[in-house]
Design a protein around this ligand. Structure first.
Ligand code: ING
Length: 305
């Protein structure tokens, strides 16, 4: 049995003025606790190094906006996290804001193996929110202003004795996210998220945030015979209440661990990667049952629909 012990490392709020050092101290604390519990892989949230800065219109403070991005991974401040992981012999997934040497800005994540090597990098495909300042909103959601849409698609990586996939936040709401990785035989999808409870375009969804969070990740897991690890940065962050409810979901769609606080919290679970076969080799045997010739509309360019 290929059992992978996973530590879902949920973060509570990160303040606007928090230093990288303060945040990385929290990440190291969670990583050490996970290691003490025997975890081989620690999963952190989306944009785990800073406050969720897309909640503000920052054109008047360009230097503050720039300060939220990493130009290197690992860089001078994050190297400590990589060193700690290597010394503990644990791997990790980390969400962060990426500024490339070419000046491209992405909402990204990296997957780091237990030897400290970066085995994969992902750039968020589905960017929610809006591009321009909308002052009437109680807070902004300017991911579409501060990041470009990821150009690399959804990959998978052989690591941790399995097939690992990565996604970020809004990606988890789109069934295509999981299916594209499942067509590459993914066995565990790692998803960090920052999800405000208030959804300005349709506040009627506010009371459903918790239900929708479970719904999309449980469905993604079950319909693709994969583990899903969803990890929040939650709680009341700079005046915005965000969903916590980090969870570890089995290929059956069952939630086997769920956070009970909106603070820094560690969930640990043993994930049998061979459990995936129970679904991939029966109900969701893609080779036998899928009908891609019936699904062509799904991949048609928007202009042709
Ligand atoms: N956040 C949110 C998400 O998709 C959102 C955007 C907020 C959608 C509230 C719906 C309701 O979880 C990110 N960062 O994608």
């Amino acid at each position: 049995m290929r059992s992978l012990r996973v530590g879902a490392a949920q973060l509570g709020p990160i303040t606007r003025d928090a230093s990288r050092g303060e945040v990385i101290d929290r990440l190291v604390t969670l990583m050490r606790r996970g290691s003490d519990a025997g975890a081989q892989l620690i999963v952190f949230p989306e944009l785990a190094l800073t406050t969720f800065f897309p909640r503000w219109y920052l054109d008047d403070v360009p230097e503050e906006l720039d300060s939220y991005y990493e130009t290197e991974m690992p860089g001078p401040q994050t190297q400590r996290l990589f060193d700690e992981a290597k010394s503990l012999g644990v791997g990790f997934y980390l969400g962060y804001a990426e500024l490339t040497p070419e000046g491209k800005r992405y909402n990204s994540s990296v997957l780091v193996e237990r030897d400290g090597s970066i085995v994969g990098r992902y750039r968020k495909v589905h960017l929610p929110g809006h591009e321009e300042h909308e002052p009437d909103r109680p807070f902004q959601h300017l991911e579409r202003r501060y990041f470009e849409e990821g150009p690399d698609g959804f990959g998978v990586w052989a690591a941790f004795d399995g097939v690992m996939g990565m996604a970020l936040c809004n990606d988890r709401r789109w069934p295509e996210t999981y299916r594209v990785m499942a067509l590459q035989r993914v066995e565990m999808v790692l998803i960090g998220y920052n999800t405000p409870l208030h959804y300005a375009p349709d506040p009627s969804q506010n009371p459903l945030q918790s239900f929708h969070n479970r719904l999309v990740m449980q469905a993604g897991a079950y319909q693709n015979g994969t583990w899903v690890v969803g990890v929040a940065k939650g709680g009341l962050e700079e005046g915005v209440e965000s969903l916590a409810q980090s969870m570890i979901i089995a290929p059956s769609g069952q939630i086997i661990a769920e956070a009970v606080t909106t603070d820094d919290e560690l969930l640990v679970a043993d994930c049998d990667l061979d459990w995936c076969k129970h679904y991939k080799e029966t109900l969701f045997d893609f080779d036998r049952y899928r009908r891609p010739e019936m699904y062509e509309l799904i991949t048609q360019p928007k202009s042709e629909q």
